[in-house]
Design a binder for this molecule. Structure first.
Ligand code: 5AD
Ligand code: SF4
Length: 473
């Protein structure tokens, strides 16, 4: 019997969703994990539908991250009772820290994996279907797995033209408040040649912006060669890759910000004039208690050196309010330093005791919640004022903007980022610019968290190819 061949999908592919908590490194790990799940035959769940597999990529830097995870797991319990085939996996920093405890507190979880074995999550999920709940945590990264390019190749990125690249994991510092060294382990740098290969691959795929990630990027390479850190060398190598037009990085530690890094930033065209330099506090006594390894004066010197060398440098920072023992006088000193640093923006955090850290033991010095809240508000005012002042200086300038797509609030507008990393909204032309286009925009208005502008000219269309979706969602 002859006739047209009929292709039918016998079994619908399983769907997955990943919920990410925490920092950019976690966001990037989730993109890689999503790529591995797709390579394993699953598809991202359509919005509004219930996924077959839910993965939590967790954070543990502050206490509320833990609370959020357990509340999200609690909500899923009932869903899983109605949908017994559903699998739940918990990975990332909190999983690395709490290990089997997660199964004790949430017995409906199927898989727990840590920060070092993200690549095995799809296989663990498959095994758990027949073997029951599995916990697999490694104490250090497997060098072979960390050299595997597949997760970067398959990564499901939010923006096709901008990619993150993790250059190092772990941290060798001992900041008194920070749980990261206990959870992510000692600093381990990925080989330089692997990073260059990954960046070349990304460039070929049409990526024009790379954000380099590490806990302490300045010390990149310290553990792989006696020559000392290789960060400036890495920037030079990445800057030489054709197609990579913008390079950003986060975070350098102020104590390790070396002149050669500043020089490299100033000299390499592709490196954006943007520096995230976490100050944490402007009081020298508090900085000592935090074990940060620099004084406010040293920080300001390094900042001035960077600003002198790199024209139109945007500077952002992290500040912790209410570190144990922080007095009113010390907080005021800190505010003065923060105001004089004229930051473009800042991430502000209320101190959160993490068990196992030195600061968590300083219980008798904990600062009252009311005092902390009041300080936090004052800090925000100082930071908003400096952000607005910085943005106002940009009004009247013509800036290069990498278009990210329609503005979230108004689809008649396009949004994008300047080389300084600033968010700009501008009216879309009649033939809208596709995401990934590069345009020149005249800045017309400044707010603390964004700029408005008018399109002046289009520099180039997107470099990446348009992907034709295979499955409608
Ligand atoms: N409490 C509050 N903020 C913290 N951070 C790190 N650990 C803590 C903590 N225990 C902040 C620091 C760091 C940023 C990523 O998170 O400012 O730079
Ligand atoms: Fe934590 Fe300090 Fe390392 Fe940053 S440098 S990850 S704050 S220990």
């Amino acid at each position: 019997m002859e006739g047209p061949i009929r292709l039918e999908r016998v079994v619908a592919p399983k769907t997955f969703a990943i919920r990410t908590f925490g920092c950019q490194m976690n966001e990037h790990d989730s993109e890689r994990l999503a790529g591995l799940m797709v390579a394993d035959g699953l598809i991202p769940v359509a919005s509004g539908e219930e996924p077959d597999v839910v993965i939590f990529n967790t954070c543990t830097i502050r206490e509320n991250a833990d609370l959020k995870l357990y509340s999200a797991l609690g909500q899923l319990k009932a869903q899983k009772e109605n949908h017994p085939e559903m699998q739940i996996a918990v990975g990332g920093c909190m999983a690395q820290k709490d290990r089997g405890e997660i199964l004790e507190r949430a017995g409906w979880v199927d898989v727990v994996f840590g920060t070092h074995n993200l690549n095995s999550a799809p296989a663990l999920l498959r095994r758990a279907r027949s073997e029951g709940p599995l916990v697999e945590i490694l104490d250090a990264p497997d060098p072979e797995a960390s050299r595997d390019m597949a997760p970067a190749l398959y990564a499901v990125r939010e923006l096709e033209f901008a990619a993150w690249m993790t250059i190092q994991t772990g941290c060798d510092n001992t900041c008194a408040y920070c749980i990261v060294p206990a959870v992510r382990g000692a600093e381990i740098s990925r080989p330089l040649a692997d990073l260059v290969r990954e960046a070349e691959m990304l460039a070929k795929a049409g990526v024009s912006e790379i954000t380099v990630l590490g806990q302490n990027v300045n010390s990149y390479g310290r553990d792989i060669t006696k020559r000392g850190p290789l960060f400036a060398e890495l920037l030079r190598e990445l800057g030489a890759i054709s197609g990579i037009e913008r390079i950003r990085f986060t975070s350098p530690h102020p104590k390790d910000l070396r002149p050669e890094t500043i020089e490299a930033m100033a000299e390499i065209d592709a490196v954006c004039p943007q520096l995230h330099l976490p100050l944490q506090s402007g009081s020298n006594r508090v900085l000592r208690a935090m074990r940060r390894g620099y004084s406010a004066e040293r920080y300001m010197e390094r900042l001035a050196a960077a600003r002198d060398a790199i024209s139109d440098l945007a500077v952002t920072t992290d500040i912790i309010v209410g570190f144990p023992g922080e007095s009113d006088v010390e907080f005021n000193e800190s505010l003065e330093v923060i105001a004089s640093a004229e930051f473009d923006s800042a991430y502000t955090f209320i101190f959160s005791p993490r068990s196992g850290t030195r600061a968590a033991e300083m219980v008798e010095d904990f600062v009252d919640d009311d005092v902390v809240k009041e300080r936090f508000e004052r800090l925000k005012q100082v930071l908003d004022r400096s952000a607005l002042a910085k943005h106002r200086q940009r009004v009247g300038q013509r800036e290069e903007v990498l278009v990210e797509g329609p503005s979230r609030r108004n689809d008649q507008m396009l949004s994008g980022r300047t080389r300084q990393g600033k968010l700009v909204h501008f009216a879309s032309p009649t033939e809208p610019l596709r995401a990934g286009s590069l345009a020149m925009v005249d800045i017309t208005y400044a707010a603390p968290y964004h700029l408005l502008g008018e399109l002046s000219s289009v520099v180039r269309p997107p470099r990446h190819k348009l992907r034709i979706p295979l499955l409608s969602s």
